[in-house]
Design a protein around this ligand. Sequence first.
Ligand code: C2E
Ligand code: CA
Ligand code: CA
Length: 697
Amino acid sequence: MQKVVIIDDEPTTLSILEHAVSTLADVILVSQSTQALSSIRKTKPDIVILDINMPEISGFDVCRELKSSQDMRDIPVIFITSLADSENEQIALSLGAIDFITKPIDIELCKMRVRNHLTIQRQKKMLTDVNSALEAEKKQLAITLKSIGDGVISIDASGDVTFINPVAQRLTGFSEKEALSKPIESVMDLRDTATDEALLNPALYTLEVKRPVAMSYGAILISRHGQRFRVEDTASPIIDDDGTLKGAVIVFQDVSEAVEMAVKMTHLTNHDQLTGLPNRVLLHDRVVQAISRSFHSRQSIALLLIDIDNFKYLNDSLGHQVGDFVISSVAKRLNNIIDDRVTLARVGGDEFACLLTAEDSHVGADVVAAEFLKTAREPIEIDGISHQLSLSIGISLYPQDAVNAEEMMRHADTAMYRAKSKGKDRFSFFSNDLQRAMHNRLDMELKLRRAIEANSLAVYLQPKYDFESKHVVGAESLVRLIDEDGEVISPDQFISLAEETGLIHQLGKQVLQKSCEFVASCSPHTSDFKIAVNVAAKQLENPNFAAEVQAIIKGAGIAPESIELEVTESALMHDFEQTRLILESLSALNVTLALDDFGTGYSSLSYLRQFPLNVLKIDRSFVIDMDDEQQALDIVTAIVRLALSLNMTIVAEGIETMSQFNALQALGCHLGQGYFLHKPIAMADFFDKFIANIEVA
Ligand code: C2E
Ligand code: CA
Ligand code: CA
């Protein structure tokens, strides 16, 4: 119940007022003005109703006193005045009165006014109560935010910091003063652990999406002083009751220690103690991952299972310590061969596994396996005695051999036992087809290597006819590999292999050498015979290529003009600047440069014009189709016109019929080459047939 103190010296007025107010509040009546203040102080009323004219102390004086006292100045005062008293009303208002009740008193009116003021008072009180409760809550919240172990930062809707607690200050390195009003990105430097790339601050993200978000796993916070903390966090938007976005708050904690611990733990459970290599568990995970990636990328993966031959014997006869030493030595040697992306795991006592995920791993797997075998054979010293180890390796491939990780492991195991049964110190593929293909490839490589070492590659020559003079004016050198039993192997079967293995460099040199020598041998008969030699893309990657060509030409004592080099479009596409430099220096030597297989690549002639090319060879495929395809004829016509306008010499290759020959001649081709004219033949035959009969001038 609210309280009202009524002060008046007239008992009738007092009782009328009491009657009017008593239903609204507790009423305290004071008839003596001297008692007024003490009674107000004692009762702390919600309203004071005060008569102006009183003996001893006037109502104005009471009011003045009241307003000057600290604890009572807020108590509202209603004065009782007489009707004619407008001057007094002004004074009363200036003293801080809130209302008047005029005599004679109208009870209903008086009641209404008092009720209104009581209501206002009540609401004022409620408001103060709510305010102080809010204030208290705010304080409590601030204390909480300051004392919790998480970092807390809040931002306004434009992303500027409005609050930062001490933990956040420590982790970011910004003091409250420094951080406030700064954009949050400049206070929180968040990066991705793996890539170190800047991450979008979740607080900003949450502003965007207007819902709570969690930070990406693996975020690090870099403090202003360069300290790095692994952090985990969540951010929430701050939205007020009418749905306006006010800002966001981000709460984050330093999980560096927890992460470090977790990493250590997973390392322990995933790695082998002796070698530090991943164990079977981790390998299995990686195989599963690789399979799922391979499923999308369509690249095959290989699993090599590697077993140390006769390990049991070593271990039993020389002891476990020696066994451990052997295992860790082998682990080290194998590890040295592979690069970081390859998983090498220890999957059992003396068993390792290697997961290859690179493209073309059926080519790569045998190379890696061969390297493993080689490194294992290097002598190992045990107690001063040199031992030689060997390995047996089984290889299975996904998706060729297996549908899942388990099957891959099983099939690698089967293949490994096959390697053992075939006499150890070797590797074996699970699949027979691949085994055979790989075998043939290795066989071919061996043949090629031997031929290069013995400088026994054969060079066949295919004549080039001049359409105008109908004479043989040159030839193209085409390499052949002659088998032990005299079989002639076509370059299609070994040129790409030579490029992959790097043997192409020597092969190319030898063919050029032989071609130059041939030109030299022709000199008594003819001086303007020209020989064209093919150059593979890989050869142009050699920065010394031009110098080597120069040396060979010089060594043979022939004119550089008699040598033409045929390069393909794809070779030119490789490294534009380096290729251009090489071709420029060759051109400076006065060697002729021909573009081989023209029309099969993608390059535009304007691109090709940036290279110093003199000759254009129309690809065989267009010539073949010319007879019965209008389109091919159109293409050849266009190529010829274009080349003529560029002052290039045009060679048509693969001419097999008379009609092709006639059409090309009619179009204005300069030179022709093909089975219709002549097949490639051995150098000696070529000499006898085309050179020897040229009259010595
Ligand atoms: P290419 O440079 O386009 O050589 C022309 C190929 O077409 C030769 O095959 C030649 O025998 C064949 N040919 C010539 N006239 C006709 C014809 O009328 N009809 C048909 N169907 N074929 C004809 P070859 O000797 O088997 O050489 C194949 C490819 O091997 C060559 O294609 C060339 O790219 C490469 N090659 C040959 N020798 C060498 C070499 O010494 N170094 C390099 N890097 N590549 C070489
Ligand atoms: Ca060629
Ligand atoms: Ca060609």
